[in-house]
Design a protein around this ligand. Structure first.
Ligand code: MG
Length: 192
């Protein structure tokens, strides 16, 4: 039986709910974005970073990866996965790799800056990523830390590209203004 298609707004809502449910604040992700992009943009604000986080969460590749990742974490936390995967996920086995693979796949739409930023975050585990990666109690965050890194990396890359677009736009406006000025001067000279 064909089921109705799920609208991406519905999926985005679910993603926001799941992230909140798993104790991740969007502000915490925005803080990582700020740290990643601040050296390149003097005028960067936390609001711009938070906006970018919200925008990348509209992308299906990210939404789907986040839902899959969190679902597996939750199932593992409840002990509902068959062995040996249950133990691998519970232990956050270092050589597992599917968490990073899922996360990297989800950032590809934002290009090489997103991929290299993800690599950096995966290695250095900044802010909330560090908190999630630190094993405490019975919580399983095997996928979540990588998903948060994927969101932060995508939002960072989006800012980098957007900044360049803005600069190019400003340059074009300035060139047009100078062209206009020049033609007015020439026109004026011709009229004398
Ligand atoms: Mg992981």
């Amino acid at each position: 039986m064909a089921r109705k298609r799920v609208h991406s707004k519905e999926v985005k809502e679910a993603v926001l709910q799941k992230l909140a449910m798993r104790g991740v604040l969007l502000d915490e992700i925005a803080e990582i974005v700020f740290e990643m992009q601040r050296p390149y943009h003097v005028y960067l604000t936390m609001k711009m970073c938070l906006d970018s986080v919200l925008r990348v969460l509209e992308k299906r590749e990210l939404q789907h990866a986040i839902l899959v990742g969190i679902e597996l974490d939750v199932l593992a936390e409840k002990g509902l996965i068959s062995e040996p995967l249950q133990s691998i996920l519970e232990q956050d086995e270092g050589l597992f790799g599917c968490d990073e693979t899922l996360a990297i796949g989800s950032v590809l739409g934002y290009g090489s800056i997103a991929v290299t930023t993800f690599g950096h975050l995966d290695k250095h585990k900044i802010g909330v990523i560090k908190r999630l990666d630190t094993k405490t109690g019975s919580g399983v965050h095997t996928f979540l830390d990588d998903m948060v890194a994927a969101i932060a990396a995508s939002a960072s890359a989006r800012i980098a590209h957007k900044q360049r677009d803005n600069e190019e736009h400003d340059e074009e406006v300035e060139n047009e203004r100078m062209d206009k000025e020049r033609s007015e001067v020439n026109g004026g000279a011709w009229n004398i």
